[in-house]
Design a protein around this ligand. Structure first.
Ligand code: SAM
Length: 308
């Protein structure tokens, strides 16, 4: 939209007061009425005019319209607005608006505080229902270095690859089961930086030093010779690269799991895992029990990490 068509709004004090508020947060019409102390028809008329000049837009949420500064505002219009705002910001009406806006925002905060005061007991299951159980650890994905090549060794159906691949340069999933890899490939069909390779952990189809991070999630208990596999993972990691190892702590269901799922190991003592990592050439092995998920029905887990 040509800049001249936008300029008239900046000569109207009510409209610049509205823009000042909407730059800070979204407001409904009734919130704007109480902050500006203007009647609803007047505020609605100003909003309509600002919307037709491209300054603001409404986000509709149920029966509420939340007004905000238009995200599509181009840079010349933003620059023009900054000049006007810096001139007027200190004047009386704007400072009073600012204080009243704080009270309106505080009222919103109180509403959420009241909600959580009644919800503490139910929040974990609400969170899982609304967003899924994987979102609990999702913020940690931000720790991934975008330059990394990550290997998921014993990748199975690629559950981790779908989560991690968008955050790293390349993701390599290795598994010896062609069927598991087929499921993983279907799941990741639209993700370009993923590469699935059929092969054994004992002789990884990975070049020396190709990986920055190697993940072995729930696979070591299938391996006949863990020290040999850990040495092989060390070879595949770049010096300074990291191994993450998730597996079961010792449990009593070894015979059943061996019969039903082919497990070789009935879990691992944490000290034994630390010693294996050191023997394989890893530095700083850390092995820690994981806090049990109250909904989990399987054995307790641990997480080990170490540096190649
Ligand atoms: C229990 S699943 C875990 C899959 C995935 N890591 C996860 O956390 O969902 C174990 C996977 O490891 C694979 N696997 C077991 N032993 C292996 C080995 N020696 N070499 C390569 N893959 C192996 C199996 O085919 C299976 O897909």
């Amino acid at each position: 939209m040509p800049i001249l068509e936008r300029v008239s709004a900046l000569g109207d004090e009510a409209q610049t007061r509205i823009l000042t508020l909407l730059e800070r947060s979204e407001f409904t019409v009734s919130e704007l009425c109480s902050v500006l102390q203007l009647a609803q028809p007047s505020v609605s008329r100003h909003l309509k005019s600002l919307a037709s000049d491209g300054w603001v837009e409404a986000r509709i949420d149920g029966r509420n319209r939340h007004y905000r500064l238009s995200p599509a505002l181009d840079e010349p219009a933003r620059a023009l607005w900054r000049i006007v705002r810096d001139e007027i910001a200190a004047s009386g009406a704007y400072a009073a608006d600012g204080e009243r806006a704080r009270s309106v925002l505080d009222r919103r905060r109180l509403r959420s505080t009241a909600f959580f005061a009644q919800t503490a007991e139910r929040w974990d299951s609400m969170r899982a229902d609304l967003f899924g159980s994987a979102t609990g650890l999702a913020p940690l994905l931000g720790l991934m270095d975008p330059a990394w090549v990550v290997g998921d060794l014993g990748t199975g159906t690629g559950a981790l690859s779908a989560l991690i691949a968008p955050f790293v340069r390349r993701f390599v999933g290795v598994d010896r089961s062609a069927e598991m890899l087929r499921a993983a490939a279907i799941r990741l069909a639209d993700t370009p930086n993923v590469d699935f390779r059929e092969g054994d952990l004992e002789s990884l189809p990975i070049r020396d030093g190709e990986l920055d991070l190697a993940i072995l999630a729930l696979v070591l208990h299938y391996v006949v010779d863990p020290p040999a596999v850990l040495a092989e993972v060390h070879r595949a990691l770049t010096p300074g690269g990291r191994i993450l190892l998730l597996d079961m702590r010792p449990h009593e269901r070894g015979a059943v799991y061996s019969e039903e799922m082919g497990h070789v190991w009935p879990g691992f003592e944490l000290e034994r895992v630390a010693a294996w990592l050191s023997d394989a050439g890893f530095a700083n092995p850390r092995v820690a029990p994981l806090v049990p998920d109250p909904d989990a029905t399987g054995p307790l887990l641990f997480l080990a990490s170490a540096i190649a």
